[in-house]
Design a protein around this ligand. Structure first.
Ligand code: SF4
Length: 263
């Protein structure tokens, strides 16, 4: 029988990011990584198979619960062997011996039906706690294609919407619970005016989503309006708060809306 989420093995946890690549396929205006030829003081790379395999097996030495994310900078799904790498990780995680939780962050540009089905199969495969693959986090940041192009530096808005909607449809058709989906929207000059359109579009398509202005904390689908990190943080925080208020969120009158550790 499939284990339940309450059957935890350890009490402490640690976040581990194994960055599959620091390359990205788009150029978001708010991302310093996208403006540079290097991200870690050296040319951008794709992780090789041996590094991935050895890193995963090394997780068994960690005493704490491992929360694994195959991303730090860059876009993980453009790794040429992304599917093979992720499938292997779940194949050797029987009994959650390597990682207790898994979370994928993506811009959703390269997200085929086959990839959606693979990730859903892995998320709901036996031999691991049912909530192991917790979140699929799509960074969207726009509603209309022109605004997507402006904010994300690529004319891929329609494709991203189609990809996410297809993923949600497959999840519904298969009646699967995991992973929960987060849709993120970094509020900034240029997209603040269509935050409501974004909210209304996705509220109807996600499963009774939470709507939040701070890092998602609930185990459910979520629409997350994020503040922009920038030089004029007071101004960015004000735009974030004003936008959240304008679309009907219950926003405290305290300036910065997120916990210091959120990003
Ligand atoms: S998708 Fe992510 S890594 Fe790529 S440019 Fe945008 S924020 Fe940066």
């Amino acid at each position: 029988m499939k284990p339940k989420s309450g059957d935890t093995f350890r009490s402490m946890s640690i976040n581990i990011n194994l960055e599959l690549t620091d390359h990205c396929n788009i150029k978001c205006t708010m991302c310093s990584q996208s403006m540079r030829d290097d991200a870690h003081g050296m040319p951008k790379k794709f992780m090789n198979w041996d590094t991935w395999k050895d890193s995963l097996h090394g997780l068994s030495d960690i005493e704490e619960d491992v929360h694994l994310c195959p991303h730090w900078l860059g876009e993980p799904t453009i790794h040429p062997e992304f599917d093979k790498f992720v499938e292997y990780a779940f194949a050797i995680n029987q009994g959650n011996r390597l990682f207790r939780e898994f979370k994928l962050h993506t811009n959703g540009v390269v997200f085929s039906a086959a990839r959606s089905k693979l990730l859903l199969r892995l998320a709901n495969s036996p031999g691991q706690l049912e909530d192991t693959f917790r979140f699929l986090h799509f960074s969207v940041d726009a509603h209309s294609p022109p605004v997507y192009k402006l904010i994300k530096g690529a004319d891929r808005g329609e494709q991203v919407y189609k990809n996410i909607e297809r993923f949600l449809k497959i999840r519904d058709e298969l009646q699967l619970t995991w992973p929960k989906v987060t849709l993120a929207y970094v509020v900034q000059p240029g997209n603040d005016h269509e935050a409501r359109d974004f909210l209304e579009h996705w509220q109807m398509r996600l499963r009774a989503p939470a709507v939040t202005y701070d890092w998602p904390s609930e185990l459910r689908d979520t629409i997350y309006f994020r503040p922009l990190n920038c030089g004029d943080q007071d101004q960015a925080d004000k735009l974030h708060a004003d936008t959240c208020r304008a679309i009907g969120m219950d926003v405290p009158d305290t300036g910065r809306l997120r916990a210091a550790e959120s990003f």
